[in-house]
Design a protein around this ligand. Structure first.
Ligand code: MN3
Length: 241
């Protein structure tokens, strides 16, 4: 059974690649790029507030999810209504974000970034390390996982004030590391770093201050214990499909 399913999957993937090659790229819908519907409501957190301890404490998770992230969702919904936004997904909204208010930019960014962030974390695992194609790409492009974590940590530590560190996929499946200020992200037209995010780290103080105070570097070091590399790979596959 498993073999048949795998074969069917490959046959369907082949058709999708062929279709994408033949069809003009009129929209993201036929480009093979991941589509995230423009929804301003929070999904339930996929684990308990305690699940990421001791890397991220339960109180931080609860306040972060129910207060900070909830506010971005609520304010995004207000801005979407006030500005009569007709974009159907985050990708097209962010590609044209320069046409909208800073309220929409900050809150749609905040909502998208946090939903992505939650989906990429899991309970701490000893010797947690990348798997699958992403592991191979990291090896090829950065030389080693250690080199990659250093580059990512440098991006996260050198982001002055509040912002995010990212691993993104660019043209041809190439990986890149960087950061953005505030609630910007690499899908936004105005971002210096461009690409589709497949790994995100919130470096706002609200994400770590209760447990780590001024020690952002320790929070970044411990982050590697809770990365869900299966989820990272799934995002990568969507992007290169
Ligand atoms: Mn946050």
């Amino acid at each position: 059974m498993a073999n048949i399913s795998r074969k069917n999957f490959l046959a369907q993937s082949g058709k999708a690649v062929l279709a994408a090659t033949l069809l003009p790229k009129l929209s993201l819908a036929n480009s093979g790029v991941a589509i995230t519907p423009l929804v301003a409501t929070q999904k339930p957190l996929p684990y308990a507030y305690t699940a990421l301890q001791p890397v991220i404490d339960a109180t931080t998770m609860e306040i972060h999810y129910t207060k900070h992230a909830a506010a971005y969702a609520k304010n995004m919904a207000e801005a979407v209504a006030a500005e009569k936004v007709t974009e159907s997904n985050f990708e097209t909204l962010f590609a044209r974000i320069q046409n909208y208010s800073s309220k929409l930019r900050n809150n749609a960014g905040g909502h998208y970034n946090h939903e992505l962030f939650w989906s990429l974390l899991q309970a701490p695992t000893a010797n947690n390390a990348p798997t699958g194609t992403v592991a191979e790409k990291i090896q090829t492009q950065f030389g080693s996982f250690a080199n990659f974590t250093t580059a990512f940590a440098d991006a996260a530590k050198s982001r002055f004030g509040s912002g995010w560190a990212w691993l993104v996929v660019q043209q041809g499946g190439k990986l890149a590391v960087g950061s953005t200020p505030n609630q910007d992200n690499p899908l936004m037209s105005i971002s210096e770093l461009q690409g589709t995010p497949i790994l995100a780290l919130d470096v706002w103080e609200h994400a770590y201050y209760l447990n780590y105070q001024n020690k952002r570097a320790d929070y970044i070091t411990n982050f590697w214990q809770i990365v869900n590399w299966t989820a990272v790979n799934n995002l990568y596959y969507k992007e290169i499909r």
